[in-house]
Design a binder for this molecule. Structure first.
Ligand code: ASP
Length: 330
């Protein structure tokens, strides 16, 4: 039976050994997974699937991914993305402006340069040389409204990333769109293809109203994304600074190498972040999603409310992810 609604109960893992599977962050992942599935279901490569999948989100209306996202403090949308395949090949772009599909530029960096990461004007120059069109530098109507609102107070710190309660966490916590969908941060995706190979991708506009030039975890290999084809793959969403300081995704994969399940590995790193942040953990969200070599998926978050989307043969759903900190009124 195909499900495209929130899974009931506390289930957070799905074992799909032997079949392709794709997981991705937030409910935007449902549509992104469909994009990836077009590749995976035909026996295609996980690398192609994770690129195609997150392109769906990059092209859609989203507060935190692609050119329609919220801008930085100076009013510019700047994008970060990275991709990694089953051979430790990886590519990344950061602080990239006016390019619709940063994930595809990251892939070109991986495939066509001797480097892993290009940033800013250099990344844009490379993208244009590779034939990517330079889009107009113009905020979407919604992002412009959000920016105008933010300018009223121009608080130096961006508000807490991706915690859903606006009353507690400010006006730029993710909102529900008129079509009923949540408008969330960052799409991170990891997939296993029919050959059992893993790949991952991650793309974002980062924290809304960030300092100009700020780069989070999402384009940093080892922080926002890591793939080791012998062990598993992981991607992150949430407060990037706190993912970077524990080399989050790499640490999750290393813990899976030591025998932890994907969920236990994600939980371990979430606990590490909480230990470092102490009471400040109340104001930040971080979540990891991971897939091991057996096709088992798992995730963990600091705060309740995070979901990931999974698609495999006969499975298509959102999973409510366990967290350390529960909602006050829960
Ligand atoms: N991790 C992203 C960043 O810090 C934002 C997010 O996932 O919400 O740039």
């Amino acid at each position: 039976m195909l499900l495209s609604k929130v899974a009931e109960g506390k289930e957070t893992t799905a074992s799909v050994k032997g079949n392709p599977v794709v997981i991705s962050t937030w409910d935007a992942g449902l549509k992104a997974n469909k994009g990836a599935w077009e590749v995976l279901s035909k026996g295609g490569r996980a690398l192609d699937a994770v690129e195609k999948g997150v392109m769906v989100t990059e092209a859609s209306k989203n507060c935190c991914v692609g050119l329609q996202a919220n801008p930085d403090r100076d009013g510019f949308v700047t994008l970060d993305a990275c991709i990694m395949d089953e051979h430790f090949n990886c590519g990344s772009v950061a602080f990239l402006e006016r390019i619709k599909h940063p994930i595809s530029v990251a892939r070109r960096v991986m495939e066509k340069t001797p480097h892993v990461m290009l940033v800013g004007a250099g990344a844009q120059q490379f993208a244009v040389a590779e034939g990517f069109p330079l889009e107009e530098q113009k905020l979407s109507e919604e992002a412009q409204q959000n920016y105008n609102e933010w300018l009223k107070e121009s608080k130096y710190m961006p508000p807490a990333i991706n915690i859903e309660n606006k009353k507690e966490h400010g006006p730029f916590a993710p909102a529900k769109l008129s079509n009923g969908e949540w408008n969330h941060d960052t799409i991170g995706m990891v997939a296993m293809d029919t050959h059992g190979n893993l790949s991952g991708s991650c793309t974002t506009s980062g924290a809304g109203f960030k300092m100009r030039g700020r780069v989070g975890d999402s384009p940093i290999i080892g922080a926002g994304l890591f793939v080791d084809n012998e062990v598993g793959a992981c991607t992150a969403t949430g407060q990037g600074e706190d993912v970077i300081r524990v080399a989050g995704s790499h640490t999750v994969v290393e813990l899976m190498r030591q025998g932890l399940s994907p969920e236990a590995a994600c939980k371990n790193v979430i606990q590490r972040i909480i230990k470092i942040k102490k009471e400040k953990a109340n104001d930040i969200q971080v979540a990891f999603i991971a897939l091991n070599k057996n096709g088992q998926a798992g995730a963990y978050a600091i705060h309740e409310g995070f979901q990931y989307a999974i698609k495999a043969k006969g499975v298509e759903k959102l999973v409510n992810v366990k967290s350390i900190i529960k909602k006050k009124n829960a």
